[in-house]
Ligand binder design. Structure first.
Ligand code: DGJ
Length: 726
């Protein structure tokens, strides 16, 4: 899959679908040649037009006067006489920021190396991918840079990461180290990204790439609701179904930085990596630093094609192997049903209703520990005081299990309340700058997870609970942004390491817990979907998508999320109306239909429902169970975008193309509405499908489509249609 041509001095990574080409130029600089659809035998014709640049005033260090780094597409730029956004910036002991990395050697291996302490894609069979490691050296400083590229055989995805070693005699400071740089030749492009906020995560924004630098980032200590760590670059004409689409995402859960720059020659450069804001890292002699993995995907079948590449790589090479294709349970969570106001009777009553409706798991959310009757106390005290649960948590869990339900529990391990035993014992364990009052968020503070002893104490407390509990699931929450980033145990010149050390510490703790309890299903959560990223998905195969459970809002949130993340990662619950976040009334039908676009769950007081509502939920649950593999793991196609249209539609298709489910909804009811035709995708053109009481050929459904029923009535009315091949 990876070839080095001695004659052309090029590396060609290809899986038959995509090609990635880079070249060792004169003076051992690495230029980028190409990324896109596969080329069979690259001839070497494409090379930098040196003479054409002889008029350029861009500087070039002698003797490469005809080869200015400022003008050429580069593989991993270090700045200096390349004036665009660099991939790496280092501060040397003499105060200079000039580095000059030249190609040294390469290695091609089957399979894929692990990343020290960081989440990453993996293979279980070394034949599923091949890895190129390029070594570059900066002679003066003695720094050695390894650029890793892994190309997957079955997915049109290349994973990349970077390791920097200090073979020199002095400590150097890393100011920026991107995980990936990708230069594109002169071509008009669009940028698609996923900004948002609490309860409105991953809204889709598409805009032209224009001259200058676009910075998309998070400084919040988490990947954030405000800017998901992923972008897509497309040709101008790219749609959901057609055209070039290049996707970049980071396998990381902390501060991130994405830049997209269009330069003086209309070339585009994209970088993605740890945010350089507030970051620097002391790299001592003999030490190495590993930057997080980034994933690069390509499709010539538009955004849907690109999403399928990401979905497959996440489902098959990122989430824990145990959960690949595993039926995810339908759960009921008590948060919106009770908030903090619950006792054993109330919980058991909801659990009994859930069991009767066919729901498979009960999740006890926030409020079971310490003196936690509101959000102003007890974080950090992961034990019970007698009282709230009459017979205690273990007895309650046992009763729930005795009903035949699985049992799940909420934790927010990274946080501390001032009103807690932990804070009284260790007031210096939170992130805070000596002499300054740290900012509180939701009346809580962030524990310094860069410290081993802090993590050890949380591990001790959590295992004390988990070791005695019959537990199947953990919801791992994190409800505030990181501020006052300062660790009491690090010296002044290492304070720029705290945010990243925190994330490394977080991964270390999660790794310990998930290894100790391999059968517990973990779902990550962060005030809704503020840490929906590939980093946490490596440990926890599903994520709470958003605190906004309104079906109308969820259509957009789940649609945007699906650009990168598969439906098998998206927690999606039916909640009560009027909706608690936006006050909107939607039908139970639509709430169910939308929640089935992700991992179906319920989050309301089931005891308050009417008989009709209960029987409707029973039907939803039965339908979801019948089609669970298709809904959770089928290929996902977005058909009509709620960001562009009053209509929204998506479709699931089984791998063998024999079964499909189509979801469509109108957002706002219109008088005398237009007659709409919906064309399906991904079906087998040669098969005939049973759809309602008709039999229609796959090619007809895709080319001609079908009229949407005219009985869609009222705001956010929706339908699910099942197709089965004859
Ligand atoms: C925020 C989460 O997103 C909610 O689902 C819920 O678990 C609350 N935290 C509990 O405090």
């Amino acid at each position: 899959m990876i070839e080095f041509s001695q004659r052309m001095q090029t590396f060609h990574l290809t899986n038959g679908q995509i090609s990635y080409l880079l070249k060792i130029e004169d003076h051992q600089y690495l230029s980028h040649l190409y990324f896109g659809p596969a080329v069979k035998d690259y001839s070497g014709h494409f090379s930098y037009p040196r003479q054409a640049r002889s008029f350029s005033p861009s500087p070039a260090a002698y003797p490469r006067h005809d080869f200015s780094l400022d003008t050429v597409m580069l593989e991993y730029p270090a700045g200096n006489d390349d004036f665009r956004v660099p991939a790496i910036t280092l501060r040397h002991p003499d105060g200079s920021r000039v580095s000059d990395f030249r190609y040294d050697s390469y290695q091609i291996t089957k399979g894929k190396p692990d990343l020290a302490g960081l989440p990453h894609t993996y293979v279980t069979d070394d034949n599923d991918c091949e890895t190129l490691c390029l070594t570059l050296k900066d002679a003066l400083s003695g720094l050695r840079l390894h650029l890793f590229y892994t190309i997957f055989a079955q997915q049109d995805v290349i994973s990349r990461h970077v390791v920097l070693h200090n073979d020199g005699a002095n400590t150097c400071t890393i100011e920026k180290i991107a995980s990936l740089n990708l230069d594109f030749p002169n071509q008009p492009m669009d940028l698609i990204h996923l900004p948002g906020g609490w309860a409105k995560e991953r809204m889709v924004v598409r805009e032209p790439v224009t001259t200058g630098i676009k910075l998309l980032d998070s400084k919040r200590g988490a990947s954030s609701s405000q800017q998901n760590p992923a972008v897509i670059l497309t040709a101008k004409e790219t749609t959901e179904t057609l055209g070039d689409a290049y996707g970049l995402t980071l396998v990381y859960s902390g501060n991130h930085e994405i830049t997209v720059e269009k330069d003086q020659y209309d070339q585009t450069r994209a970088t993605i990596g740890i945010n350089s804001f507030g970051f620097d890292w002391q790299l001592a002699p003999g030490a190495s630093f590993t930057a997080p993995e980034a994933l690069l995907a390509y499709s010539d079948q538009g955004l849907n094609g690109l999403s399928r590449q990401f979905h497959q790589v996440i489902n098959q090479h990122l989430i824990p192997q145990r959960y690949q294709k595993m039926d995810r349970p339908i759960l009921v969570n008590n948060w919106e049903g009770t908030y903090f106001d619950f006792n054993d009777e109330k919980i058991l009553a909801i659990a009994k209703e859930a069991q009767a409706l066919g729901i498979e798991m009960f999740v006890l959310d926030d409020g079971w520990f310490g003196h936690r009757d509101s959000d102003n106390s007890s974080l950090g005290d992961w034990f019970e005081y007698p009282g709230k649960l009459k017979n205690g948590l273990v007895a309650l869990a046992q009763e729930i299990k005795a009903l035949g339900l699985q049992f799940g529990l909420w934790f927010e391990p990274e946080m501390i309340s001032e009103d807690s035993e932990l804070f009284r014992a260790h007031p210096d364990w939170r992130l805070q700058v000596p002499g300054r009052q740290p900012a509180s968020g939701r009346q809580q503070f962030v524990l310094d997870f860069s410290r081993q002893e802090v993590r050890d104490e949380i591990f001790r407390q959590m295992t004390a609970v988990l070791d005695q509990l019959p537990i199947d699931y953990i919801k791992w929450d994190m409800n505030r942004n990181m501020t006052d980033v300062f660790s009491a145990v690090l010296p002044a010149n290492q304070q720029g390491e705290v945010a990243h050390r925190y994330i490394l510490g977080l991964y270390e703790l999660i790794d310990r817990l998930t290894k100790r309890y391999p059968t517990i299903l973990f779902e990550s959560c962060s005030g809704g979907g503020a840490r929906f990223d590939c980093g946490l998905l490596y440990y926890m195969p599903q994520t709470w998508t958003s605190d906004d459970t309104d079906a109308g809002e969820r259509m957009k949130i789940q649609y945007g999320t699906s650009l990168i993340y598969p439906q098998s990662t998206m927690g999606a619950h039916v909640s009560a109306v009027p909706n608690h976040q936006v006050g909107r009334n939607t039908s139970l039908l639509t709430r169910g239909n939308v929640a089935m676009g992700g991992l179906l769950g319920y989050e309301l007081d089931l005891t308050q429902l009417s008989t009709e509502e209960k029987s409707e939920i029973k039907e939803q649950v039965a339908f979801y169970k019948e089609h669970r593999q298709l809904l959770q793991y089928g290929d996902f196609y977005r058909l009509v975008s709620p960001f562009d249209d009053n209509l929204v539609a998506w479709q699931f298709i089984s791998r063998d193309q024999k079964e499909s489910i189509v979801f469509f909804a109108q957002q706002y009811a219109q008088p005398n509405p237009p007659l709409r035709v919906l064309k399906l995708q991904g079906l087998n053109p040669d098969l005939t499908y049973q759809i309602n009481d008709q039999e229609i050929a796959g090619d007809e459904l895709m080319q001609i489509g079908f009229y949407l029923p005219i009985d869609l009535h009222g705001d956010f009315d929706s339908r699910l249609v099942v197709l089965k091949a004859k």
